[in-house]
Design a protein around this ligand. Structure first.
Ligand code: WT7
Length: 676
């Protein structure tokens, strides 16, 4: 690897500022290279050093890192610090409160959907609440290894519930509160959850959502299925307690089932604030988080205790160059991996002070993000390209109304960031003072894997730059051959890092097939990637049938399944089309059953159906009637062609493999120009 920019400069390069370098953990590029070398050549020594900062009830029994990444040599596994005993919750709370004397530090500034709702929670308050909650869980019968589904909005109780699970050794499975009852039901069943935590209701922007009702519909839907085992549903009184008294909209009917439902606040009241943590093996599970699978059914990505803990803590510290004076804010929802790793675990492991935001970027006005940054003096800000593009639409004025001089580092995650959005973020939000760390990672990787370090890595807009410590990326061609130097192909990793997923919950075979089968010896990300002359990595997009809408992956298969469940639809094919805010949006082709007619009403019904089955994030932007779909002679739908139709790319190339080339003309003549 050469020092970036040391040769001729082709593209823009943003050097770290001296201001940041002065006190940074990794203050320059050569320090990065030295540490990186150590992390890959002597991983045991590197991670043993990192582990010293944490509390271990007992040390590891043998090798720090054991693994097999080669399906031809047996089962895939990763074991990190096996035999060591620890507890995640103890490390992120008790260690900070008792060993580091940081009990009075604010852990979270909670900012509600409405700007006049806020609460701050210190580390010792959080510890007390978590212990109470852990005792509530134990009293209800939650035991080590039990799965607890959590379907909550962005409120302090969400963090509390997940840490309480960690404390008692239960495995949390958080389901994003924007998912439909059907999605929630599917996840509850797959993980055989025995408890559910939800809330009465929540405002998202202007909209009041009756979460308890959706949760009840989900339970109703699962109840007669063999794997159903939910015994209790704990309901946080969020809407009823935190809404302004007497507000006209405060009329929420919370359905109640006395056999199963209990109120969170009533249970918490009588619970003790003392709770001995359950000491877990390093490799015992911490959580399951579902991610879309290209074959439809979501996969329960399983993360374990010690490796995930060390990895999220270290990436947080280095990628955001964390210092105790920081106020950090990640705008993601805890229902996604970004929130797990970089709202809850990584920041708390470092004793950081964070903002926890319940609302949306444009409510009650389009300057809300900037207002919050000013209000709390946010120094490190982490968001998604889709949010940046959304806010760019309103111009500079709403940003410039606020004082953003506290900002030091900006981050993005979720999808490739287009240079235009990068520049706006850097210039308008960061006032050219703040580096933008473009962090590439996945639910499966647990934490950042390709990322700049803000005081060390010269930046190129649109590139996630270089690997984090311990991560060894490789680019392969279609034949699985490793490509050296400048190259483009499949992004894979040849060795595990501590935070990588361990399996797909309950389905080791699917784990191996999805990530390890295509190229034996490597973890396959599913992303395409280019490496430039400086060794920088540029993600070029998914190479499987996955769609990335607003930074969230979904599979064509799950949307198609939702469409074909409609009585009028015979067949459906879904592709993506670029969208100015969402990055990609869904463009659906539907072939109707005989005798059915396409209409605006049907199109709206289909959109509603997908929304209802999966959730609002999956709502299609376009539905096109397709009397026939382009298929090969063997009957395979040619998505490449559909994608080109959706994008109005007229040069279709070779159509000779099509069974009936005429369908393409028809589809082209009827394509949707603008969203209805
Ligand atoms: C997929 C993972 C990791 C948290 C959010 C998404 C895409 C993610 C970047 C980035 C280019 C990115 C990839 C990846 N992606 N970050 N900085 N640059 N692409 O988690 O839902 O598991 O999605 O998001 O395609 O594989 P996820």
């Amino acid at each position: 690897m050469v020092i970036p920019g040391s040769q001729h400069i082709e593209e823009e390069l943003f050097q770290p500022t001296e201001d940041l370098q002065r006190e940074a953990h990794v203050p320059d590029f050569s320090t990065y290279l030295t540490l990186y070398k150590k992390s890959t050549e002597e991983p045991e020594a590197f991670w043993t050093e990192v582990a010293k900062d944490f509390f271990w009830k007992s040390p590891p029994a043998g090798d720090i890192l054991q693994y097999n990444f080669d399906v031809t040599k047996g089962n895939i596994y990763v074991k990190f610090m096996e035999g060591a005993k620890t507890n995640m919750c103890y490390n992120v709370l008790d260690r900070n409160v008792h060993d580091k004397n940081m009990g009075d530090r604010v852990a979270f500034y909670w900012e509600g959907n409405s700007p006049d709702h806020q609460v701050s929670i210190t580390y010792s308050q959080l510890l007390a609440q978590v212990c109470r909650c852990a005792n509530v869980l134990k009293r209800m019968g939650v035991r080590k290894g039990d799965r607890v589904a959590i379907y909550l909005p962005m409120i302090p109780e969400l963090v509390c519930a997940m840490l309480a699970c960690a404390r008692v050794g239960a495995i949390h499975s958080i389901v994003f509160a924007g998912f439909s009852s059907e999605s929630l039901c599917e996840r509850i069943l797959d993980a055989q959850c025995s408890f559910l935590v939800t809330a009465d209701g929540v405002y998202r922007g202007e909209k009041l959502i009756n979460l308890k009702q959706i949760a009840d519909e989900a339970l109703e839907r699962c109840r007669d299925r063999a794997s159903f085992s939910v015994k209790k549903c704990i309901v946080v009184r969020h809407h009823a307690l935190r809404m302004k008294k007497g507000a006209a909209s405060n009329k929420l009917q919370t359905p109640w089932n006395a056999d199963c439902d209990v109120w969170w606040d009533e249970e918490m009241e009588s619970a003790s604030e003392e709770c001995e943590p359950e000491w877990l093996d390093a490799e015992e599970p911490l959580f399951i988080l579902y991610t879309s699978g290209s074959t439809g059914k979501p996969k329960g990505v399983l993360h374990t205790t010690a490796g995930y803990m060390l990895y999220t803590a270290l990436t947080f510290k280095y990628v955001f160059d964390y210092h105790p004076s920081d106020v950090y804010w990640c705008t993601a929802d805890i229902g996604w991996i970004t929130g797990h790793s970089y709202i809850t675990y990584g920041p708390l492991a470092n004793g950081a002070t964070s903002v926890l935001f319940e609302g949306v970027p444009v409510h009650p006005h389009v300057g809300r993000f900037w207002e919050i940054i000013e209000k709390y003096g946010v120094t490190k800000f982490y968001t998604a390209p889709t949010a940046i593009r959304l806010l760019m639409k309103y111009g500079r004025e709403p940003v410039q109304k606020y004082n953003l001089s506290s900002l030091r580092i900006l981050g993005t995650v979720g999808e490739p960031i287009n240079p235009e959005a990068w520049h706006w973020y850097h210039e308008v939000v960061g006032q050219r003072r703040c580096p933008v760390v473009d962090t590439f990672w996945q639910t499966e990787t647990g934490g950042h894997v390709l990322t700049p370090l803000p005081a060390a890595t010269p930046l190129k807009p649109g590139s996630a730059t270089l690997p984090f410590f311990g991560v060894q990326p490789t680019i392969l061609n279609e034949h699985g051959e490793e490509l050296e130097g400048e190259a483009e192909g499949y992004l894979v990793f040849q060795k595990p890092w501590p935070g990588i997923m361990r399996t797909v919950y309950g389905n080791q075979e699917r784990f191996e097939n999805t990530y390890f089968k295509k190229f034996p010896g490597f973890y396959v990300t599913g992303d395409g990637c280019r490496r430039d002359k400086d060794g920088y990595y540029w993600i070029t997009g998914r190479i499987d049938d996955m769609l990335n809408v607003s930074g969230h992956l979904m599979s064509t298969a799950e949307v198609e399944a939702a469409l074909t469940e409609h009585a009028a639809v015979a067949e459906a094919a879904v592709v993506s089309r670029p969208h100015v805010v969402k990055g990609e949006c869904l463009y659906c082709f539907v072939t109707l059953k005989d005798g059915r007619e396409f209409s605006h009403t049907l199109s709206e019904e289909l959109k509603k159906q997908v929304r209802g089955k999966i959730g609002p994030i999956a709502t299609p932007d376009f539905i096109q009637n397709a009397p026939g779909l382009p298929k090969t002679r063997s009957g395979k739908i040619m998505r490449r062609i559909l994608r080109q139709i959706a994008r109005n790319e007229k040069d279709l190339g070779d159509l000779s493999t099509l069974a009936d080339p005429k369908v393409v003309e028809v589809l082209f003549s009827q394509r949707c120009e603008a969203a209805a």
